[in-house]
Ligand binder design. Structure first.
Ligand code: SF4
Length: 224
């Protein structure tokens, strides 16, 4: 493993490789405006993007504005989103968020992170995804894939997503924050999976402390 002055070089190599592999790939969530993106990201907690897309395809045909959602009862919305996990709490949060958008934000999705964080069901990750994808602001949302990769690649020892976000923002150039978020997610889905990461196929193995430690211990990692 490279260290000290070579750390910057190692990080550059990781980013270059990820860029080559995943350039142009962004979110798998389907949406057509910032409001739909916000709802889709709230729905995506602990649920796959594929599952969210299945639900929103029908949902957004029926309900397209904060006013439409704000009129529903949590039970009514829960029925419509029951294909995603945590439908009960998500329906409550979405309705309260939409009521707040109508009352306080002229039915628009706010562009400032501090405003987004006031909305029920919107945490760091959701706020960062919305400001970076919908409004092109530099932000680095940390989800489960980004968290895992940052740890395995030795980019953060953060114990929670906020610490990891801070570490990554300090290490990576600001111009790469939004793209790196997507690259980490795609790499985490396709190669560096939570169980049995496919290290033998991974183009980052040369720069990966997790791989080097584990292959030294076990004489090679299992892949599936
Ligand atoms: S070498 Fe293995 S642990 Fe490291 S990034 Fe690649 S898949 Fe993940």
């Amino acid at each position: 493993m490279e260290s000290g002055g070579n750390e910057k070089e190692r990080i550059n190599r990781i980013l270059e490789s990820l860029e080559q592999q995943y350039e142009g790939r962004t979110t798998a969530l389907k949406y057509s405006n910032p409001f739909e993106l916000l709802i889709a990201v709230i729905l995506s907690a602990q649920t796959t993007d594929k599952q969210v897309n299945k639900v929103t395809e029908k949902l957004f045909q029926e309900l397209s504005t904060p006013e439409d959602f704000a009129k529903l009862t949590p039970e009514q919305l829960e029925q419509k989103i029951k294909g995603v996990g945590l439908a009960k709490s998500k329906s409550r949060n979405i309705i309260e968020t939409c009521q707040m958008l109508v009352k306080e934000y002229n039915s628009q999705v706010p562009q400032k992170k501090e405003d987004l964080l006031r909305l029920p069901g919107v945490g760091q990750k959701t706020a960062n995804v919305v400001i970076s994808i919908a409004f092109g602001e530099p932000a680095l949302a940390v989800d489960t894939h980004v968290f895992r990769l940052a740890k395995r690649l030795g980019l953060s020892k953060g114990k929670n997503v906020l610490q990891t976000e801070e570490d990554l923002m300090a290490l990576l150039p600001k111009t790469k924050w939004a793209s790196a978020h997507h690259w980490f997610i795609w790499h985490g889905r396709e190669v560096c999976t939570a169980r049995n990461p496919k290290c033998s196929l991974c183009k980052l193995s040369l720069y990966c402390p997790y791989y080097q430690e584990n292959s030294a211990l076990a004489g090679g990692l299992k892949t599936d």
